[in-house]
Design a binder for this molecule. Structure first.
Ligand SMILES: *Cc1c(COP(=O)(O)O)cnc(C)c1O
Length: 367
C-alpha cells in the first residue's frame, strides 16, 4: 500500500453545511457562513477585522493594495518562500528584495532584513515556516523604527503561537491559507486579517470590487458606488460553509496532528541534522539531509518503498525572469536542496507511521 504525502481531511459535517447554503439561496459572497468564518477568526485569535478570500494568494494581493505598494517601492520577501508571497507585490510594480534564512531554520533572518532596508523599503513579508514563529518582536522593532509595513504570511500557521500570542497578530496585516494542503482547508481558500485599524475601511472596498457594496448589503446605504481600486476577493458562501465545519473541529484536528508530529520527533530526531524541537501547529515534519544528493537518493528510496515524501520551496532569488540571481542566500539554498518533508495527514495509521519511521531510519543507517 502506498502512503501519500497529503490527504485532505474531512470533518463530516461539510455537506450538511453546504445544504444549508442551498436552503438559504445565498450562494454569492458575504453570506451567513462567510460571516461565521470571519467572526470565528476575529473572536478566537483577536484580529480587529477579517476578510475571507479565495486563497492566501488573494489575501496577499489585497495586502499589496491596502498598503499602497507602487512602482519603485521595495518589498523584502524571504527567498525561502512561496511564489505568491512575491507575486502579490510584483503585481503592484514593486522591486522584490530577497532575504536570507536563518542558518538553522528556514525562517527569515532579522539580520538579513536589517541589511536590506533602504529608504525605498515599503514592506517586510515574513513566512512562519511550518507554523514556527519568526522573531516577531525584533522584526516589529526594526519595522517600526523605519516606518515599514509588516505582513505575516501565516499560510501555514493557523493555531500556532509565539510567546503566548497567536501568529498573525504581530504584523499590521496577516494572511492565512485554507488550501487543501494546510491544516484546515476548503480546497482553496484564504483569510486576510487586519491588526492595524487604519486599514479596515479601505479593505471593505478592495474586497468588493473597489465599491462600498458591503455597506449596501448591510442596509447602511441605498446604492453602492466606486470608492477605490479593488477586485473580486470574496469566495462563494458554500466554500465558507465547508470551511466553517472545519473551523469547529480545529482543536481536535490540531491535537491529532500533534500526535503524529510527536511520533516522528520521538523516533527520528537522532537522525535529523537540524533537531526539530518546536512543534508549532504540527503543520509538517521535515528532515534536513547532509546534501542534495542524499536528499534525492532518500526521495528515490522512499518512492521505491511506496512512501511519498516531498521537497519544498525552491529559493525564489534563483529564477528565470527576475534579475535577482546575484542575491546571496546560501542558507535558503541549503533548505531548498536538503529539506524533505514526510507524509503528514490525519489518515496515517499507527502502522503507517511505524513503517515510515522504520524505512527512514534504515535509509540513514545504511549510509
Ligand atoms: C500555501 C501557501 C501560500 C499560498 O496559499 P494559497 O491559499 O494556495 O494561495 C502562500 N504562502 C505560503 C507560505 C504558503 O504555505
Amino acid at each position: 500500500m502506498s502512503i501519500k504525502f497529503n490527504k485532505p481531511y474531512i470533518v463530516g459535517n461539510e455537506l450538511n453545511n453546504i445544504s444549508k447554503v442551498i436552503e438559504n439561496g445565498h450562494f454569492r459572497g458575504n453570506g451567513e457562513f462567510t460571516k461565521l468564518c470571519q467572526d470565528f477568526f476575529e473572536e478566537k485569535y483577536g484580529f480587529k477585522k477579517c476578510f475571507l478570500t479565495n486563497s492566501c494568494t488573494d489575501a496577499l494581493e489585497m495586502s499589496g493594495l491596502l498598503i499602497d505598494v507602487n512602482p519603485g517601492d521595495e518589498v523584502i520577501v524571504p527567498s525561502y518562500g512561496y511564489y505568491s508571497t512575491a507575486n502579490a507585490f510584483l503585481l503592484r510594480g514593486a522591486k522584490i528584495i530577497f532575504a536570507e534564512s536563518l542558518p538553522n531554520h528556514p525562517n527569515i533572518s532579522v539580520q538579513s532584513i536589517e541589511e536590506l532596508i533602504t529608504p525605498r523599503t515599503k514592506a517586510i513579508i515574513v513566512i512562519h515556516y511550518s507554523g514556527i514563529a519568526c522573531e516577531m518582536e525584533k522584526i516589529m522593532d526594526v519595522a517600526n523604527k523605519n516606518n515599514i509595513w509588516v505582513i505575516e504570511d501565516a499560510a501555514q500557521a493557523i493555531e500556532a503561537k509565539h510567546n503566548n500570542k497567536y501568529l498573525g497578530t504581530f504584523g499590521h496585516l496577516s494572511t492565512f491559507s485554507f488550501h487543501e494542503t494546510k491544516n484546515i482547508h476548503s480546497g482553496e481558500g484564504g483569510m486576510l486579517c487586519i491588526n492595524d485599524s487604519s486599514l479596515i475601511e479601505n479593505a471593505k472596498f478592495v474586497w468588493e470590487k473597489g465599491t462600498n457594496k458591503l455597506a449596501f448589503e448591510n442596509g447602511e446605504i441605498e446604492k453602492y458606488s466606486w470608492k477605490s481600486v479593488g477586485s473580486s476577493y470574496s469566495p462563494n458562501d458554500y466554500t465558507a460553509a465547508f470551511l466553517h465545519s472545519q473551523f469547529l473541529s480545529i482543536d481536535s484536528i490540531t491535537n491529532k496532528r500533534k500526535v503524529i508530529w510527536n511520533f516522528y520527533s520521538d523516533h527520528l530526531n537522532q537522525i535529523n541534522r537540524e533537531k526539530s524541537i518546536i512543534i508549532g501547529n504540527a503543520h509538517s515534519f521535515y528532515i534536513i539531509c547532509e546534501n542534495e544528493d542524499e536528499r534525492n537518493e532518500f526521495q528515490q528510496e522512499m518512492k521505491r518503498k511506496n512512501i511519498e515524501v516531498s521537497i519544498h520551496y525552491q529559493s525564489l532569488h534563483k529564477n528565470d525572469f527576475l534579475d535577482t540571481n546575484t542575491s546571496k542566500c546560501p542558507n535558503a539554498e541549503l533548505f531548498s536542496n536538503q529539506l524533505i518533508r514526510l507524509p503528514f495527514h490525519l489518515f496515517l495509521s499507527s502502522e503507517d507511521l511505524t513503517r515510515i519511521t522504520e524505512e527512514v531510519k534504515l535509509f540513514f543507517k545504511k549510509k
